[in-house]
Every structure is written in structure tokens, then in C-alpha cells.
Design a protein around this ligand. Structure first.
Ligand code: GDP
Length: 138
């Protein structure tokens, strides 16, 4: 069993597709073991995306991520990290496979509806960034 961090980004929440995203997790046997809605401030978003701080889109990305509430979840399942990234689709929705969340709903390379951890190390950092051990269902 593996765990991964999922975020429904501000565009997904604003457009009313929280339920659609969660439905796709559930039908793919990704179990939600923690969940909350919050609005990030700049410091929280910059810390979360610290690996991207030298990228040209860093300020735009952190502005976007603080522009409205997000839904943050921890998902558990077999190969959860890879499986969830397959369900999300490629970062650029124009390159995402048919039937993926980003192909179906993203409007922009930045406003791409969902986030998912990309490795076990990243997942461990990202899960502990948002959740303490009392908030994780065992
Ligand atoms: P992910 O792991 O698929 O989310 O992709 P990355 O880790 O490479 O990028 C993190 C996030 O930054 C993406 O999900 C997008 O929201 C945003 N992003 C990535 N590339 C670009 C870009 O070229 N321009 C802008 N404006 N945003 C980007």
C-alpha cells in the first residue's frame, strides 16, 4: 500500500468539480484517508512549491494556488502515486490522455485542476506538509 497527496486546485473547486474528481478516485480504488478544505496563503504555497522556486512560472503558480480554496486529500492504494498520476493526466492538458481529469477539465497548463505527488519522497514531504498523524486514518 502506498499513499499520495492530492489537491483539487482553486480552478477545480471554483468550477464545481470536486465531486467529479472524487468519483474518479473512488472508482479507481484510491481510498481517501485524510481530507480538508483550506485557502493557502503565499507562504504556504511558496513552501509547498519550493522545488519550483527558480522556474519562470513560480510567482504565477503560487498566486493561482492562493486565489481560492483547495481540497487537500491523502489517497491510499496499490501503486497510489503512479495510479493517481495516470488518472490526472499530463501536466499540459493538451498532451494528456483521453479520459484523464486534466484532459477532460483543465483549461490551461497552470490551471490544470489537480495536483498529485510524483515520487514516494515527495509524497512523504507533501503529506506531512498538510496533515498531522491524528488527521490520517490508519
Ligand atoms: P505536475 O507534477 O504535473 O503538477 O507538474 P510540475 O510539477 O511540473 O508543475 C507544477 C505545476 O506548475 C503544474 O501542475 C502547473 O499548475 C504549473 N506549471 C507547470 N508548467 C507550467 C508552465 O510552463 N507555465 C505555467 N504558468 N505553469 C506551469
Amino acid at each position: 500500500m502506498e499513499r499520495t497527496l492530492s489537491i483539487i486546485k482553486p480552478d477545480g473547486v471554483a468550477r464545481g468539480i470536486i465531486g467529479e474528481v472524487i468519483k474518479r478516485l473512488e472508482i479507481n480504488n484510491l481510498k481517501i484517508v485524510a481530507m480538508k478544505m483550506l485557502k493557502m496563503d503565499t507562504a504556504l504555497a511558496q513552501g509547498f512549491y519550493a522545488v519550483h522556486k527558480e522556474r519562470p512560472f513560480f510567482d504565477s503558480l503560487t498566486d493561482f494556488m492562493t486565489s481560492g480554496p483547495v481540497v487537500v486529500m491523502v489517497l491510499e492504494g496499490e501503486n497510489a502515486i503512479t495510479k493517481y498520476r495516470e488518472i490526472m493526466g499530463a501536466t499540459d492538458y493538451r498532451e494528456a490522455a483521453e479520459g484523464t481529469i486534466r484532459k477532460d477539465f483543465a483549461t490551461d497548463i497552470e490551471k490544470n485542476v489537480v495536483h498529485g505527488s510524483d515520487s514516494p519522497e515527495t509524497a512523504a514531504f507533501e503529506i506531512s506538509y498538510f496533515f498531522n498523524r491524528f488527521e490520517l486514518i490508519v
